[in-house]
Design a binder for this molecule. Structure first.
Ligand SMILES: CC(C)(COP(=O)(O)OP(=O)(O)OC[C@H]1O[C@@H](n2cnc3c(N)ncnc32)[C@H](O)[C@@H]1OP(=O)(O)O)[C@@H](O)C(=O)NCCC(=O)NCCS
Ligand SMILES: [Zn+2]
Length: 237
């Protein structure tokens, strides 16, 4: 395990997991649904017809304007399957934080990919895909070079602000060149500064740590994602 000096809460246990157990898949999937239900993601429910997400103020079972019904955004079985698929990716690294009661309160995972594979799997239009490949190439990373991608990180709302995400992200980073995507209003923007990642795409922000707020400057780094203009991309070599 890496140095623990960035975590402020000492009663928590960090678990480096090679192959998650079925309990770990389940507890991570439950926490996954919780962390993405709130801002800035607001993925609490999902329309059964057009798939659009809505936040916590949209009741489960209510009707979408398109005629669909809002169902759970991340149903347990489907989310477990997603994480299981992720765990089969090359050099998968998974890290879990557990509280004194043994409950999962934080997770992060990463795996190896290449700029080409990453662009094709995570961006759905060819313009963005090519821009991602180009920007990484400008950073000296060939389209087929192996890089580590931090796929997901989340911390239970009751345990936020203790440095857990800083620690989890650090542990699942490297030794390869590492990249991750996030939303410009996620505290993962602050994690990037703390861990010395460089922003290579998306809105530039000012982070006010004491007031726990993030504001856009109106400028952006390199380009804005066509599909989601709040998306940002970071790299650490
Ligand atoms: C993003 C998330 C994982 C951060 O977890 P956390 O354990 O509370 O984060 P930390 O305590 O490690 O804080 C990380 C940094 O963010 C800063 N920060 C935390 N919350 C913040 C906020 N609301 N606004 C601005 N900065 C914030 C902290 O000050 C810290 O920076 P510092 O070490 O330089 O002081 C958590 O908020 C979360 O699960 N959010 C929803 C899911 C999500 O956005 N996941 C990332 C998807 S890529
Ligand atoms: Zn709909």
């Amino acid at each position: 395990m890496k140095e623990n000096n960035i975590i402020k809460e000492t009663s928590l246990i960090q678990k480096e997991v090679n192959t998650p157990t079925s309990e770990q898949f389940t507890s991570t999937a439950k926490l996954y649904a919780t962390v993405f239900s709130g801002p800035p993601w607001n993925e609490s429910v999902k329309c059964s017809l057009d798939g659009q997400f809505k936040g916590l103020d949209t009741p489960l079972g209510s009707r979408c304007s398109c005629g669909g019904i809002f169902v759970e955004a991340y149903p347990l079985e489907e989310t477990v399957e997603y994480i299981k698929e992720e765990s089969k990716k090359p050099k998968f690294k998974f890290q879990e934080t557990v509280n004194a009661e043994g409950e999962t309160i934080g997770f992060a995972w990463s795996y190896l990919t290449t700029p080409t594979k990453l662009a094709q799997s995570k961006w759905d239009n060819s313009d963005d895909q090519q821009k991602i490949i180009n920007i990484l190439e400008q950073k000296g990373i060939a389209p087929n070079q192996e890089i580590r991608y931090i796929s997901e990180c989340g911390v239970d709302p009751n345990f936020r602000g203790n440095g857990i995400a800083n620690l989890l992200t650090d542990i699942v980073s490297g030794p390869e060149t590492t990249v991750y995507r996030t939303n410009c209003f996620s505290p993962m923007m602050a994690v990037a500064t703390r861990l010395e990642f460089t922003q290579i795409m998306g809105p530039e922000v000012i982070i006010d740590r004491s007031n726990k707020t993030i504001i856009e400057t109106g400028r952006y780094i390199n380009f804005l994602d066509n599909q989601n203009p709040q998306r940002t991309l970071f790299i650490k070599t």
